[in-house]
Design a protein around this ligand. Structure first.
Ligand code: GLP
Length: 303
C-alpha cells in the first residue's frame, strides 16, 4: 500500500505536545544545563540554529546571563564562554562536530541530540538524549521544538511566558484549528518575531521553504517597516509570532496584505500551525515534505 505524502512529517507534528511534556520532565533532572550567571554560546545548523537563537534570547531575557547564538560554521574565533550548548538532531552534522572539536578542552559542551550512537557523544561534556523526539522525516519539526521546550523548561518559570505545559495545551488547539484562510493560496509569506520569537519566525520561514519550496522571508518585527513591507500586498501574508507591535496591523492593511497574528497563543504553539501550513502547502503543490528535493537529513561534508 502506498504511503500518503507527508505521512511521517504529519505524525511528527501531531505528537509535539506529548513530546514537549516529556521534555519538561526530563529537563528537571538534567545536570548539564547552563548555570545562572554563566556566559553561554548556543549553536547548531539549519533548524537547530534557529532553536539556538530562540533559547539564547529567552535565557538572556530571563536574566540568567549573556547568551549568544551562532550558526556552528560562524562561531567567532576570539570569544570565550563558560559553556557552549549545541543542538543537533542527527549528532553527525559536520559543522557542529568541527566546532566542538575546536572548543574541546577550553569550553565545556552540552549537547542536545536525538541519537546516542553518534560521533557528537564523544565531543560532549554533558548530553541530553531526546530520543523520543527523533524523526524519520528529513524536515525537522518535533525534535527542534522538543529541544527548545527542554531548554525553556530548564529556565524555570519566565515572566510573561506560559509554562511548557500551557504551551502544549495551546499546541493541541493549534493542531485542530483551521489554518489561516489566506493559506495555502497565498504566494508569499513574511514571518516576524521579537526577542525569542525571532528564532521561531526564521524557523517558520525555513519550514515553508524546505517542505514546500515556498517564497518566505523572516525579520524582527520592528524591521518590517524598514524594507520588508515593500513586498507586502494582495495575496501575500504577514505572520507575526507573539505580541503584535503597535501600528503593524494598520501598515499591513494599508498595502493590501493579509495579517496572521495570535497574540494569546504561546508562540511555540503558533509554530506548530506554521508547520501544518508548510505540509498543507507542500501537498497542494504535489511535494512530499518527508523527502524534500535537494535536502538531506543531515549534512556531512567530505574532509
Ligand atoms: N536539512 C537538514 C536540516 O533540516 C537540519 O535542520 C540541519 C541540522 O541538522 P542536525 O540538527 O541534525 O544537526 O541539517 C540539515 O541541513
Amino acid at each position: 500500500m502506498s504511503r500518503t505524502p507527508a505521512a511521517r512529517t504529519s505524525v511528527e507534528i501531531a505528537t509535539q505536545p506529548a513530546s514537549w511534556r516529556r521534555a519538561a520532565e526530563a529537563a528537571a533532572g538534567f545536570e548539564g544545563l547552563p548555570k545562572p550567571g554563566e556566559r553561554v554560546a548556543v549553536t547548531g545548523c539549519g533548524t537547530s540554529w534557529f532553536m539556538a537563537q530562540a533559547y539564547a534570547a529567552l535565557r538572556e531575557a530571563a536574566g540568567q546571563g549573556e547568551t549568544d547564538a551562532f550558526a556552528s560554521s560562524e562561531f567567532p574565533a576570539g570569544r570565550t564562554y563558560d559553556r557552549v550548548v549545541a543542538i543537533t538532531r542527527s549528532g553527525t552534522t559536520t559543522e557542529v562536530l568541527d566546532l566542538l572539536e575546536r572548543l574541546r578542552g577550553r569550553v565545556p559542551a552540552t549537547v542536545l541530540t536525538a541519537d546516542p550512537k553518534t560521533p557528537v557523544m564523544d565531543a560532549a561534556d554533558a548530553v541530553a538524549v531526546l530520543d523520543w523526539a527523533d524523526e524519520e522525516s528529513v524536515v525537522q519539526t518535533r525534535f527542534a521544538t522538543t529541544a527548545l521546550a527542554f531548554l525553556r523548561a530548564g529556565l524555570g518559570s519566565l515572566t510573561g511566558l506560559k509554562s511548557v505545559e500551557e504551551a502544549a495545551v495551546d499546541a493541541e488547539l493549534a493542531l485542530t484549528e483551521p489554518l489561516p484562510e489566506a493559506a495555502p493560496a497565498a504566494e508569499q509569506w513574511t514571518f516576524l518575531g521579537r526577542g525569542w520569537t525571532n528564532g521561531l519566525a526564521l524557523e517558520a520561514a525555513l519550514k515553508m521553504r524546505e517542505a514546500a519550496g515556498a517564497w518566505t522571508e523572516a525579520y524582527p518585527a520592528m524591521e518590517y517597516r524598514h524594507g520588508p513591507i515593500a513586498i507586502t500586498g494582495p495575496g501575500r501574508v504577514t505572520w507575526v509570532f507573539g505580541e503584535l507591535p503597535e501600528g503593524l496591523a494598520g501598515d499591513v492593511a494599508r498595502v493590501g496584505g493579509t495579517l496572521v497574528s495570535r497574540p494569546g497563543t504561546d508562540p511555540l504553539a503558533d509554530l506548530v500551525r506554521a508547520q501544518r501550513l508548510a505540509v498543507a502547502l507542500a501537498e497542494s503543490r504535489g511535494l512530499d515534505p518527508d523527502r524534500p528535493r535537494n535536502l538531506s537529513r543531515s549534512v556531512i561534508l567530505a574532509p
